[in-house]
Design a protein around this ligand. Structure first.
Ligand code: KG4
Ligand code: ZN
Length: 377
């Protein structure tokens, strides 16, 4: 089945063409996964501005669709020696989009969670395409996209081969808006066992970055300077580690960083705090150590309680090498597999939306095609 997927929930506009097949252990081939990032546009504001995101998505969506269609037509010409010759530019574009849509079995679009104005741009675009080319349209959950991103092949086109004995599995979602632990008894059956009670982990990274005078998006920047800092220099709290549930709380950790900076500089709350680089790097490294220890320990506790055979991770913070290495090490110690997504599908992209939508087809799950900014798992 060929899925055309569209993602516009936050600040990345993305369109992908993914081939999906199989039932119990589905496999995916990414034909194309185009992502247009708006980071540079939002950076001066220190975060995503919803109406700017909407404006950019509206501008980017037709451009990406055209690009995708041209890529497909080029591979078609190469593979099948098509004699299709364009008469003029517009006719050529219309023809290539029509040729692309002929190949599509279903269109999938993110309906939530995310920024409402941004979500609507993708939904409206997808609805128009579905109507014009008479294709079925599926609403997808962005979080399921992150959860199932481990199924997508990386650059070398190899993906993890699922087996019955891969389950039960523990899924950890760590993104800008969510932090969740799930138990999967199969690929299609899962239960949420914990989530953050306040800030998401990515949000905490972004806020700490702002305090430290680092650019948006803060996660990769905190990781960069943490590498050269001392993670043992400040003992920040490990939130909720002593509690026997699987919930998280990162707001207290973020506030500890704030108080530390305030005491250090003798300044009232000012963001960013102006401090020497060595101290900035030490704070970043110590914050990261506290955050990662909390995530890893709760995940491993879940592995033991639910006798899991595999740990999955998804969401933008999964790009953090320190987190991935800590989880890998902890999983190895428990003799469970650790399956991170391929690097090209970790942050927001449409290929993962195709994967989530295909799993929904297997589950016979259907969603309303309206923006659901607070949709959860
Ligand atoms: O999944 P994602 O792309 O978008 C959401 O669904 O939220 O995640 C974005 C989040 C941001 O908070 C960003 O700072 C964080 O992921 N992030 C990272 C890293 N790369 C992205 N956090 C820590 N380390 C990273 N390397
Ligand atoms: Zn995301």
């Amino acid at each position: 089945m060929n899925i055309l997927a569209i993602e516009t929930s936050c600040d990345e506009t993305s369109i992908a063409l993914v081939k999906a097949k199989g039932n119990e252990f589905p496999t995916f081939t990414i034909h194309t996964n185009l992502v247009s990032s708006q980071i540079k546009i939002h950076r001066p504001f220190g975060g995503v501005v919803p109406n700017l995101a909407k404006r950019e998505h509206i501008k980017n969506l037709p451009v990406l669709l055209k690009k995708l269609a041209i890529k497909i037509s080029k591979s078609k010409i190469k593979n099948q020696k098509s004699k299709l010759q364009p008469k003029n530019k517009i006719e050529n574009e219309t023809n290539t989009i029509r040729a692309l849509m002929k190949k599509i079995d279903v269109i999938a679009v993110t309906v939530g969670p995310g920024l409402e104005p941004a979500l609507w741009t993708g939904i409206n675009f997808a609805k128009e395409l579905a109507k014009e080319y008479k294709k079925p349209l599926l609403g997808a959950n962005h979080l399921e996209g992150h959860l199932y991103s481990f199924l997508l092949p990386g650059k070398k086109a190899i993906s993890y081969k699922l087996k019955a004995k891969s389950f039960p599995a523990i899924g950890l979602i760590v993104s800008g808006g969510h932090t969740m632990l799930l138990v999967l008894s199969s690929l299609t059956t899962w239960k949420k066992i914990g989530e953050t009670r306040d800030d998401a982990i990515g949000e905490a990274y972004d806020k700490v970055a702002r305090m430290l005078g680092l650019q948006y998006p803060g996660g990769p920047e905190v990781e960069r300077v943490a590498k050269i800092g001392d993670p043992a220099s400040i003992k920040f709290p490990r939130p909720m580690l002593d509690q026997k549930n699987y919930d998280f709380s990162f707001s207290g950790l973020k506030t500890s960083v704030l108080y530390h900076l305030r005491d250090m500089t003798n300044h009232e709350i000012t963001t960013p705090f102006i401090i020497p680089e060595t101290q900035r790097n030490n704070i970043a490294a110590s914050f990261q150590a506290a955050a990662i220890e909390t995530l890893v320990q709760k995940t491993i506790r879940a592995v033991k309680e639910f006798n899991a055979h595999m740990v999955l991770i998804g969401g933008g913070v999964a790009a953090n090498k320190s987190l991935a290495n800590s989880l890998k090490k902890a999983c190895k110690k428990e003799s469970v597999m650790f399956i991170p997504p391929a690097r090209n599908v970790i942050t927001d992209n449409a290929a993962m939306i195709a994967a989530g939508a295909y799993i929904n087809i297997l589950q016979k799950k259907k969603r309303r095609i309206v923006a659901q900014s607070n949709l959860t798992l």
